[in-house]
Ligand binder design. Structure first.
Ligand SMILES: CC(=O)SCCNC(=O)CCNC(=O)[C@H](O)C(C)(C)COP(=O)(O)OP(=O)(O)OC[C@H]1O[C@@H](n2cnc3c(N)ncnc32)[C@H](O)[C@@H]1OP(=O)(O)O
Length: 204
């Protein structure tokens, strides 16, 4: 596998797991940019605010779990993005991925899935055949997307939730941990429970 020089945008909790994946894959991570952190993380220097001139040929990953913040940071990042796919993740050769995506330990992406850009498929989440996942979505640990599910831009799919086949979760929606989605979820809706019900609408 080709290894790269990589910089990370973000130095918080999600950055830790992404950095772990990158180091496991043998990449050379040369900087973490996040004004909130200093010192180093797993031996990688935290360099404060983003510097677009720093190693301009390095690839970048926006390792921020919050979807709205990840989008805000991605749009001002000048470096070219790359995907991070932990070696224990299983990705069908018949799936397509944009860039800047993070597929973490034990996640599975099945045949004919289409992932946009800057999507997080977190630990052990499974995305079955023919799903479409738009940009800046976060699928939390252990969530199960059955076949032919679609998820709109910026939505958060909570840990251990299940979405039955063919359903759509709109843009910037939130599916609570453990929810079972059996109907389409509108844009900006927050749903919880089994069967999932709308508790409010929230624009981030
Ligand atoms: C590696 C990582 O850690 S990745 C991060 C993974 N994180 C997650 O999966 C967290 C997902 N988040 C949740 O499930 C949250 O509870 C949310 C976003 C759905 C709602 O959060 P809040 O807005 O703070 O809701 P709040 O706690 O005020 O609860 C509102 C109501 O919904 C209920 N509720 C909230 N979450 C859930 C849930 N997951 N399942 C069932 N009911 C729930 C509450 O009991 C409450 O009910 P009530 O009004 O009858 O008392």
């Amino acid at each position: 596998m080709e290894t790269h020089k990589i910089i990370l945008q973000g130095g918080g909790e999600h950055a830790r797991v992404v950095l772990d994946s990158l180091l496991t894959l043998g990449h050379k991570v040369t900087a973490l940019f996040d004004p909130k952190y200093s010192g180093d993380l797993f031996g990688v220097p935290q360099r404060g605010s983003y510097d677009p001139e720093f190693e301009p040929h390095a690839k970048a990953v926006v390792a921020i779990g919050n979807n709205a913040v990840r989008k805000r940071v991605a749009v001002v990042t000048k470096h070219t993005f790359t995907n991070v796919i932990h070696p224990s993740a299983i990705v069908s050769s018949f799936a397509s991925l944009g860039t800047g995506n993070m597929l973490l330990q034990g996640s599975i992406v099945q045949a004919q899935c289409k992932l946009g850009n800057h999507v997080i498929i977190n630990t052990g989440a499974t995305i079955d055949h023919d799903c479409v996942i738009e940009d800046f979505v976060h699928i939390a640990p252990g969530a199960v997307l059955c076949g032919c599910v679609s998820i709109g831009e910026g939505s958060f799919i909570g840990a251990g939730s299940v979405i039955i086949p063919g359903k759509r979760v709109g843009a910037w929606a939130t599916v609570g941990a453990g929810a079972v989605v059996i109907q389409d979820v509108p844009d900006y809706a927050v749903v919880v429970g089994n069967p999932a019900r709308i508790i409010r609408y929230e624009k981030s």
